[in-house]
Design a protein. Structure first.
Length: 109
């Protein structure tokens, strides 16, 4: 009979999408179409607030942006567990997330 650890080992190599949300903004389509180079969009997050980290759309952690060499990286500040008082259901889902997915992000470990 396989142990719990053996079963976990079977799924460790499955690819998932890690998304880091900088913030959100609801906009009318006419405002999006009016965007040009140098346009500035104010997001709903303050500069000192942690960023939300999602795996396949599920909130799993909060972190902060750091520079590692010539690349950006995320330092995990808090793991959001099932017993946490904040759930992704409480997040405002009216606006789609703005995401960061730099090429080679997996190499930052």
């Amino acid at each position: 009979m396989a142990s719990h650890a053996d079963g976990f080992g079977l799924i460790q190599d499955i690819d998932v999408r890690l998304t880091v949300e900088l913030g959100r903004k609801s906009m009318r389509l006419r405002d999006v179409l009016a965007l040009r180079e140098s346009s500035v969009i104010e997001l709903d997050r303050l500069t000192d607030e942690p960023l939300d980290m999602f795996v396949n759309g599920k909130l799993i952690a909060r972190g902060e942006v750091i520079a590692q060499g010539s690349r950006f990286a995320i330092r995990v500040l808090e793991i959001v567990g099932a017993g946490s008082s904040t759930s992704d259901a409480s997040l405002d889902r009216r606006a789609p997330p703005l995401t960061v997915s730099p090429a080679g992000a997996g190499e930052l470990a």
